[in-house]
Ligand binder design. Sequence first.
Ligand SMILES: N[C@@H](CCC(=O)N[C@@H](CS)C(=O)NCC(=O)O)C(=O)O
Length: 226
Amino acid sequence: MANSLRLYSYFRSSCSYRVRIALGLKGLEYEYVPVHLLQDGGQQFSDSYLQRNPVAEVPTLEVLNEAGDVVATVSQSVAIMEYLEECYPEPALLPSEPADRAKVRQLVEVVNSSIQPIQNLKVMKKLMAQFDVERPVAVEWAAYWIELGFKGLEKLLVQTAGTYSFGDQLTLADAALVPQEYNARRFKIDMEQFPTIARVCEAAKALPAFQNAAPESQPDTPEDLK
Ligand SMILES: N[C@@H](CCC(=O)N[C@@H](CS)C(=O)NCC(=O)O)C(=O)O
C-alpha cells in the first residue's frame, strides 16, 4: 500500500482550492480535514493546528505511511503542488521545457505572490480592526488588488493561453487561476474586462477535477452554499 494524503483545508480558501485542483488532476484521493477560518476565533490558531503549520494558514498537507504515521508535513500551496508534481509526475502539471516551466511558474506567482496575499482574510481583518475601515471599504480594497493583478495577468495570458492558461495543457497555472477568479467574482469584479481569464477559467471549470475541488462541493461547505 502506498502513502496516503491528508489535506487541512477550508472550503472557501483559494489556496486550499488550488491544492484540491492539483490533487484532482492527478487523480489522488485524500482525507479532507476542515479548518474553519472564522469559527472558534479561527481554528487555524488552535494549538493542534499551529503544531502542523505555525504560520496559521491553510492548506497543509500531511503524508502518512502504511502504519498511519505522518512522514511529511508541507504547507504553502505552491510548495504542496510542486511536491505532488515530484511524487506523482503523471499527468504532468508543468511543461517539459525549462523556459515553459518558468513561464507557468510566473503565471502561478502573479496569483500567489502579487494578488492573493493582499486580499487574504488576515489583511482584511487588520484593515478593519486597526485602521477603522468598514467592511465595504475592505472589500473595495480586495477588489482593487485583484483587478490590478488581473490587468497584468490578462496581458500575459493573451500571450500564453490556448484552451488553458499555458497552451492546451492543464498546468499549475490553471490550478492557481481558477480559485483567484472565484475570489474575483466573490468581490464582484466585472470579468468582462478580462476575456482571456474568463475563457480559460470557463474551460477549466467544465472539468470534473475543477468541479470536485470547487468551494461549493466540499465536506465543510455550508448547506446554503452547496
Ligand atoms: N501563500 C500561502 C497563503 C495561504 C493563505 O493565505 N491561506 C489563507 C486562506 S486562502 C488563510 O489560511 N488565511 C488565514 C488567515 O488569514 O487568518 C499559500 O499559498 O498556501
